[in-house]
Design a protein around this ligand. Structure first.
Ligand code: FES
Length: 140
């Protein structure tokens, strides 16, 4: 496993590019982080790999037009930002407060390709967090 460090990010070898064909994703545990690597038409993304709904793996979720669809109950996340798109943008969360915790955004990670190997940048400091609270504006 090759590792290189840039400031607060440490890049770690994860997969060969041909191990994640377009439209597919893989879940890896990298230094105890569950990382979902997804290929959306050749664009590679990495984000926290457990769904906010029931903390199940996002691996196998359909990837299409910048979105990963959880294979379990179809919560959807934007690959680039980790933002929950469904159900957050569909249901009025101010009336469904029990969903607030489940629809937080997933943490995303920088990705780079080095000699056909996908490297994911992980924080060097312990800033581990499955989700990012972007629900404050919803009053949750
Ligand atoms: S675990 Fe992902 S939608 Fe239920």
């Amino acid at each position: 496993m090759a590792i290189s460090t840039t400031d607060s990010i440490r890049y770690v070898d994860c997969l060969a590019i041909n191990e994640v064909p377009p439209g597919k994703s893989k879940l890896l545990w990298v230094n105890s982080w569950p990382i979902l690597i997804g290929n959306d038409g050749g664009q590679i993304y990495a984000l926290y790999g457990l769904c906010g709904h029931q903390q199940l793996s996002l691996e196998g979720g359909q990837i299409w037009r910048g979105v990963v669809d959880c294979p379990w109950h179809h919560f959807q996340y934007e690959l680039k930002t980790g933002e929950n798109l469904y159900p957050k943008r569909v249901y009025p969360l101010q009336h469904l407060p029990h969903l607030c915790e489940q629809v937080k955004s997933l943490q995303t990670f920088p990705v780079r390709l080095v000699n056909h190997i996908i490297q994911v940048g992980l924080p060097t400091t312990e800033t581990r967090g499955a989700t990012i609270d972007k629900t404050a504006v919803l009053g949750c």
